[in-house]
Ligand binder design. Structure first.
Ligand code: SF4
Length: 233
């Protein structure tokens, strides 16, 4: 099991999202990457990184099962910000998965489906990196309520950075609106959280933000953010 390398003693939780990004770039340089799945947090982070003038490569967490609108959002962000998108991690096609695992694995065993289509490719993609920026926020769901802004991931053997951990949904939308940032249009039609087509439905206003993901099952996370936090603030 990998152990966390030492970091300077900083009060990361008191730092703004911009300060966390700036510190991370100075600390990790070209061993730092950003993952995007083209939800609203991706829009915020892509804009913020560009505004700060940081050259941070982007790993697209593409499962081949995203909505058309998510791919179009990616293309609009690339057009506006000129993202340095890394080659996609190796992933079997959906047809191959049907043959190997049986049809519609997302219905019969969604944990295994997420493992094949998200966790394994991400493990591979993160190998060259020491730190990974992700857009998860504490108020998205109870399972994310204790997210630290900087935490060690034993599973991926990297520092995980969550500059938006203390942002709420309102603040995300205010930032997008004020800065006129391209965003996923599915957010305008009730999809407050967006993942793969088979596992995402719109949410009602009174529901939690991520209630439309794996609705009807007790699954809350795809698994890529499940880890035991060690160190950090
Ligand atoms: S979100 Fe659904 S379709 Fe996407 S990888 Fe997970 S189980 Fe499979």
């Amino acid at each position: 099991m990998a152990s966390a390398p030492p970091l300077p003693e900083l009060d990361f939780d008191a730092m703004s999202a911009e300060d966390v990004l700036g510190w991370a770039y100075a600390e990790f340089g070209d061993r730092l990457c950003l993952t995007c799945s083209w939800q609203k947090q991706s829009s915020v982070l892509v804009h913020m990184v560009a505004e700060l003038g940081l050259d941070i490569p982007v790993i697209e967490l593409d499962t081949h099962l995203f909505f058309r609108e998510s791919y179009e959002t990616r293309d609009r962000l690339i057009e506006r910000y000129g993202l340095r998108l890394l080659p996609p991690p190796e992933l079997i096609t959906v047809a191959e998965q049907h043959r190997q695992e049986g049809p519609n694995l997302w219905e019969t065993d969604p944990d295994r489906c997420c493992h094949i289509r998200k966790v394994e490719p991400l493990l591979k993609a993160l190998e060259p990196y020491e730190a990974w920026i992700s857009g998860i926020r504490r108020d998205q769901s109870p399972s994310r309520a204790t997210t630290a802004k900087v935490q060690w991931s034993e599973r991926y053997d990297v520092w995980k950075l969550h500059p938006l951990a203390d942002w709420d949904e309102k603040r995300v939308w205010a930032y997008i609106t004020v800065n006129e940032i391209p965003y996923n249009p599915l957010h305008d039609v009730g999809f407050r959280s967006i993942g793969c087509i088979p596992c995402t439905r719109p949410t009602r206003p009174e529901e939690e933000e991520r209630a439309g993901r794996w609705a009807g099952s007790d699954k809350l996370e795809c698994g890529i953010h499940l880890d035991t936090p060690v160190g950090g603030q």
